[in-house]
Design a protein around this ligand. Structure first.
Ligand code: 13P
Length: 340
């Protein structure tokens, strides 16, 4: 298993590569369709989702994506002509990944994540079906009093247990403790909560014996909430994010792949570029950057493509071209080489 994990992680962390998160649950994708005026007429059926995913998974993005995270439904789907999606990805040199959590479960005002009880068997099956890595998302709400200590601890514990099971089953775990951006907290609170959460996550990963060399982190960037009056420049976001990482992350972690969390496509790319520029400068004196800083964006790699699609097969080519444009922009940004 170790050789397989090392090979997969090296592929995902190769120069200029990031991850496309196309693993929205049917419910989430349904909401995206409803909230996009151009797509409101589409029925959120399995075939609609298959058609949409066919566009993303047959775009020529192999030089930009080391992996694509799929929903388990997509892992078993095929193109209209009958070619398995996992094969389409393999042909392009892209590793198939899978979302292995089963969504959120409320605990008071907060949430934990479902799916640990059946995780081991499911991971073994997903690996048979072609998956090489996995994702588990915890979601943390922020207010003056949230997240609660218990919620931070419970979610960190779940993330660590998930990561251990994945490694035992030969899947590289992506650990995603998402601090939700939809709130009015400022930069200082974002820093504090990110530090609290990441410290706890790394403590639990160590306690469960998770091998960080074959583990990836998927955090949000440190910045004010989307409803805050405070705004931060890309430089400020980069500085604050690296400050938090310096406090919480250990150097043996394989890589950091950011979520886009509701940022616009352009803002997500500009921030990622700035993070890499700031990291080059900051770590030059310390013998180089400890972790790859890349992307695992969902919305920031799909929003404009989805609008363009309109559910019409004749738009597929234009959609593939747009998907490639976004992929290339982010591929450059993960080397600090993006020119808008
Ligand atoms: P966003 O980039 O749209 O936040 O999605 C990433 C993701 O995978 C959330 O779980």
């Amino acid at each position: 298993m170790e050789a397989l994990l090392s090979e997969s992680v090296a592929h995902l962390c190769a120069r200029g590569k990031g991850i496309l998160a196309a693993d929205e649950s049917p419910g989430t994708l349904g909401k995206r369709l409803k909230n996009t005026p151009q797509l409101r007429h589409l029925e959120n059926a399995e075939e609609t989702r298959r058609q949409w995913r066919e566009i993303l998974l047959t775009s020529d993005t192999g030089s930009c994506f080391g992996g694509v995270i799929l929903h388990e439904e997509t892992l078993l789907q095929s193109t209209k002509e009958g070619k398995a999606f996992v094969e389409c990805l393999r042909e392009r040199g892209i590793l198939p990944g899978v979302k292995v959590d089963q969504g959120l479960e409320p605990v008071g005002e907060e949430t934990v994540t479902k799916g640990l009880d059946t995780l081991s068997e499911r991971c073994a099956a997903y690996r048979e079906q072609g998956a090489r890595f996995a994702k588990w998302r915890a979601a943390l709400k922020v207010s003056d009093v949230l997240p609660s200590r218990e919620c931070v601890e419970q979610n960190a514990e779940q993330l660590a247990r998930y990561a251990k099971v994945c490694q035992e089953q030969g899947l590289v775990p992506i650990v995603e403790p998402e601090i939700l951006i939809t709130s009015d907290y400022g930069m200082a609170r974002s820093r504090d909560v990110s530090t609290l959460v990441l410290r706890e996550v790394f403590k639990r990963l160590a306690a469960h014996g998770v091998d960080l060399k074959t583990c990836l982190l998927k955090p949000q960037m440190v910045m004010p909430g989307s409803e805050s009056a405070e705004k931060a420049s890309a430089q400020e976001v980069a500085r604050a994010t690296l400050d938090v990482f310096d406090e919480c992350l250990t150097d043996d972690l394989a890589g950091v792949f950011f979520l886009s969390g509701g940022l616009t496509e352009e803002q997500a790319t500009v921030n990622l570029n700035e993070l890499n520029l700031a990291a080059k400068e900051r770590y030059a004196a310390r013998g180089g950057q400890p972790w790859k800083l890349s992307f695992s964006f969902g919305r920031a790699l799909q929003a404009s493509v989805l609008k363009m699609w309109r559910g019409r097969p004749e738009n597929a080519e234009a959609c593939r071209a747009q998907s490639l444009r976004l992929a290339k922009a982010n591929s450059s940004a993960c080397e600090g080489e993006y020119n808008p």
